[in-house]
Design a protein around this ligand. Structure first.
Ligand SMILES: C[S@@+](CC[C@H](N)C(=O)[O-])C[C@H]1O[C@@H](n2cnc3c(N)ncnc32)[C@H](O)[C@@H]1O
Length: 206
């Protein structure tokens, strides 16, 4: 198997400088659509500590922090994306380089964990979900927004298209696949919807 984490890290290190200003389908644009969707959902969710896994340049945290005070944490595999997130000097935010498989946070320490347009890069998706489960408080909310299909579409991407690419994409699924993975990892799925095209959001609770 390719080293997808290494490929993602290189890919996003190369994207970092232009990431915020780009508006192409596969980079900022989809992230931004998902970020705006999550931000809207969170308007009705109380939280004091929020973690964004695969936070990139901190787009979601930056927007949330402008609206409400909380402790914000962002983690990303790409040191260059993290450098940009840190350079924004977002109030109440701490950013760290790391992998979704091994979150450097205490058990039951977050009210909300978000993951935006990042999960399809995780070669160990169950490990990543188990880590979210571990760091979420009981009753805490997990919001995952991504782009992908279920069924044959996912199979073709994951087994034929992605092995030919070097961007670290390795594991897409749609609402059905993500919801059942969440359930298998102990979460209770609360809601799920299509945002636009193949972009969707799934919300669950520990
Ligand atoms: C398409 S970008 C999305 C960034 C941000 N969430 C947004 O919406 O703008 C995907 C991000 O996931 C990060 N990523 C990929 N694999 C990861 C992993 N295993 N652990 C943590 N972050 C990862 C990449 O470095 C990249 O910054």
């Amino acid at each position: 198997m390719k080293d997808f984490e290494k490929l993602s890290r290189i890919h996003f290190n190369n994207q970092a400088k232009d990431y915020d200003s780009k508006d192409t389908i596969y980079y900022s644009k989809e992230g931004k659509i998902s970020c705006v969707d999550i931000q809207k959902y969170l308007e009705n969710v109380p939280f004091e500590r929020l973690l964004d896994v695969g936070c990139g340049t901190g787009f979601l945290i930056d927007n949330l922090a402008k609206e409400r005070d909380a402790e914000y944490y962002g983690l990303d595999l790409s040191e260059k994306m993290i450098e940009i997130a840190k350079s924004k000097n977002i109030k109440g935010a701490e950013f760290v380089r790391g992998s979704a498989n091994m979150l450097p946070y205490d058990d039951e320490s977050f009210d909300v964990v978000t993951c935006v347009q990042s999960f399809h890069h995780y070669p160990y998706p169950d490990e990543a979900m188990k880590e979210v489960y571990r760091v979420l408080k009981k009753g805490g909310v997990y919001i995952l927004s991504d782009t992908g299909l279920d069924g044959i579409g996912a199979w073709i991407d994951n087994h034929i298209i992605f092995p030919l690419m070097n961007s670290g994409d390795c594991n897409v699924s749609g609402i059905k696949g993500i919801s059942s993975r969440m359930k298998n990892n102990g979460f209770k799925v609360l809601d799920a919807w299509k945002v636009k095209g193949f972009i969707y959001t799934v919300v669950s609770k520990k």
